[in-house]
Design a protein around this ligand. Sequence first.
Ligand code: FA5
Length: 341
Amino acid sequence: MALNEFIAELDGVLQEATAAFAAAADNDALEEARVAFLGAKKGRLRAAQKGMGGVDADDRPQAGQRLNDVKRAIETAFEEAERRIATGAADAAASGPAFDRTLPGSEYRVGSLHPITQTIEELKDIMGRLGFTVADGPEIEDERHNFEALNIPREHPARDPLDNFYLSTAEKTADGLDLLMRSQTSTVQIRVMEHTPPPVRIISLGRVYRPDEADRTHYPMFHQMEGLMVDEGVTMADLKSVLRMFASSYLGSDVRVRFRPSFFPFTEPSVEADFEWNGEWIEFGGAGMVDPNVFTAVGYDPESVTGFAFGLGVERLCMRRHNLADIRDLFTNDVRFLRQF
Ligand code: FA5
């Protein structure tokens, strides 16, 4: 075989191989083309190489040189195709599937206020119609507002560190008072009366903290609605009618409410208020006539004013309203639960 025939044969193989590699769309097609052209046994290059035996002995070095060049060129074309397929796959993975404009759009999910927030808003609304304005107080309190001024002296068991979340002993007020996460919103009664002369008619809604074991009706953080009304001539009848009006506004006019004698250091007399729920009486708060010692502690004259106060559990009200079985559902942040409100 003449040298130029051999070279023409090699060039033909190179051209076809380059075209086949360039056309390969994926690794399988490329591998098929590699076997067809570079395969050690039946590859086209291998077949062409056999023609070298027919080339004149003098021309063989040149033929061999050419064979090597073509082989390297085909290998380079293969490697290029390999790289192209690899980067193509990476790009496709990065950009995701092609945009399909015929698919329905993804729904934009609008959130809603937490059920407790919704409850608080509604309670403010109802109490606002009964003439109560909203007051606020801090969640980190000192022992004067959480206990002392509420007629709960130092040795009282309610102040036990096991029943309260005290801050570390290093943290105190400027006057050296211990600090704690407030255990009741009754603290706000004191804060309001310290700064406002009678008459007052306020509610205060917010979080309180107690080291209570979580169960279906208890949680270590919960909300209370405090109420306080002080004026000349306020009586227990006012307290009972305000709580009854409140309960029938929030829970429906058919709700049954009862008052049981109880004890709180800051009211005298004191009651627990219960409502009926699925045939059972459930306590929803404590209440009573403001103790004269509390008036004295805030600088009011207990001879000239009287008042009532109450503190209701907001979660219990919310649960009764929506017939919820477990207080913990309110705080586990499960959107399947929360989306219902
Ligand atoms: C008080 O906290 C008094 N400060 C209420 C008060 C105010 C009495 C003004 C007199 C005058 P008590 O500890 O009973 O009272 O709590 C009131 C309500 O909070 C309970 O009836 C209940 O509804 C709710 N509550 C108490 N502990 C928890 C808890 N761990 N989880 C959820 N709710 C609770």
